[in-house]
Design a binder for this molecule. Structure first.
Ligand SMILES: *Cc1c(COP(=O)(O)O)cnc(C)c1O
Length: 393
């Protein structure tokens, strides 16, 4: 007698149940008969068919983010850019125009300048802190406005109330990329958004070990168009990444609150240091959008703080070298603090003059605060600024 091995997909019986969401990497799902497939495809039965079309780990993660955003049937996709792409291509067609904030995430701006025009979708950008400037940029073919609430890396706060009013009055879709603010500080659907987008890669997953995105739409037809676009173009997320992100979400509130408190303390510390020219943090009285931030973010600031030191590239190099224990890395939302230098990374494609116009010279840095002990973090930055030599410039 040979011993038969169990069928693939068999799982030991258990009178107990696991505390955690299982990982389901299966690419394909078997059903009993063609009628069973009909039932799944026609929505009469809940089920999966093929992982690109959906899998349990993406759905489990999406339902958690839905609850945080007050959304219904959001979709988890393979990256934040996949979410931006699904939202734009799901909602727009050739001949349409989309208006973006002029300080959107760098790759989103690239989608605007290169990809969308090639598909016949016209794009332009305007200052999202000024609803009148956005209104002036609307065209007869405009179908959508896409903004971020807190801009990267200059930490300006969009006039969300004014832009939402504008979108409603002109019958335009309003899409908000809520990556920086997160549902802890801001819920776009409560402020008139039609579409919410996240790079889950950042604070939501929070550990720099999963690349994922999320997109949700208020309208069911639009949701279906976005989902079809994502499935057809293969923007699908990996089950393992979804599982990691779901685990990360269990500590999201704790991580957010600590990171935000660290960013606020760091902003105040930096503002007192000789050699620091300016600090940008939304809850500080010296922030240009202080009142708007207070009204929109309910007392929250952000985990992001930007600052500028005196001097040029030499001082910037010296600051990074003196920033002991702080990773110099162009990301955000990690459990540990990261420091980035837009002039040599995200905004290196701009001319020095254009960067200066935007207030991002060689001395300009962006910090994504992590969850370290606050005092140690502030001391590390105080030593870094001292080591930069900016005070002597
Ligand atoms: C990082 C980021 C994205 C893109 O997300 P990925 O997961 O890196 O593709 C989009 N929007 C904002 C605001 C981001 O910070």
């Amino acid at each position: 007698m040979t011993r038969r091995s169990p069928p693939r997909g068999a799982w030991p019986d258990s009178a107990s149940r696991p505390l955690l969401t299982p990982i389901q990497p299966s690419v394909v799902y078997a059903t009993g008969a063609p009628d069973d497939l009909d039932a799944i495809y026609e929505g009469r039965a809940q089920g999966f068919t093929y992982a690109r079309e959906g899998h349990p780990n993406a759905v489990a993660l999406a339902r958690r983010i839905d609850a945080m955003e007050g959304a219904q049937d959001g979709l988890v996709v393979g990256s934040g850019m996949a979410a931006v792409t699904a939202a734009l291509l799901g909602a727009l067609k050739a001949g349409d125009h989309v208006l973006g904030g002029d300080q959107l995430y760098g790759r989103t701006l690239r989608l605007f300048s290169e990809t969308l025009p090639g598909l016949g979708i016209a794009t332009s950008t305007a200052d999202a802190t000024d609803a009148a400037a956005m209104a002036a940029a609307i065209r007869p073919e405009t179908r959508m406005i896409l903004i971020e609430v807190v801009s990267n890396p200059t930490i300006r706060v969009a006039d969300v109330a004014g832009i939402a009013r504008l979108a409603r009055d002109r019958g335009l879709l309003l899409a908000i990329d809520n990556t920086f603010t997160t549902p802890r500080a801001f819920r776009p659907f409560d402020h008139g958004a039609d579409i919410v987008i996240h790079s889950v890669t950042k604070l939501l997953a929070g550990h720099s070990d999963a690349t994922l995105g999320y997109v949700a739409a208020r309208d069911a037809d639009l949701r279906a168009r976005i989902a079809t676009l994502a499935v057809t173009t293969g923007l699908t997320a990996s089950p393992f990444d979804c599982w990691l992100a779901e685990r990360g979400l269990f500590t999201f509130d704790l991580r957010y609150d600590r990171a935000e408190a660290n960013a606020a303390a760091l902003a105040d510390t930096l503002a007192r240091l000789p050699g620091v020219r300016r600090v940008l943090y939304p809850t500080r009285a010296d922030h240009p959008d202080h009142n708007r931030a207070a009204a929109l973010l309910g007392g929250h600031g952000s985990h992001m703080v930007s600052f500028e030191i005196a001097g040029g590239r030499a001082e910037a190099n010296a600051l990074v070298r003196a920033a002991e224990g702080i990773a110099f890395a162009p990301t955000l939302g990690d459990v540990a603090t990261t420091l980035s230098h837009p002039a040599s990374s995200s905004h290196r494609g701009l001319t020095p003059e254009r960067r200066a116009d935007l207030g991002m010279g060689e001395g300009f840095f962006r910090v994504s605060a992590g969850c370290e002990p606050t005092d140690a973090l502030c001391e590390a930055f105080a030593r870094a600024v001292e080591g930069s030599g900016a005070a002597a410039v």
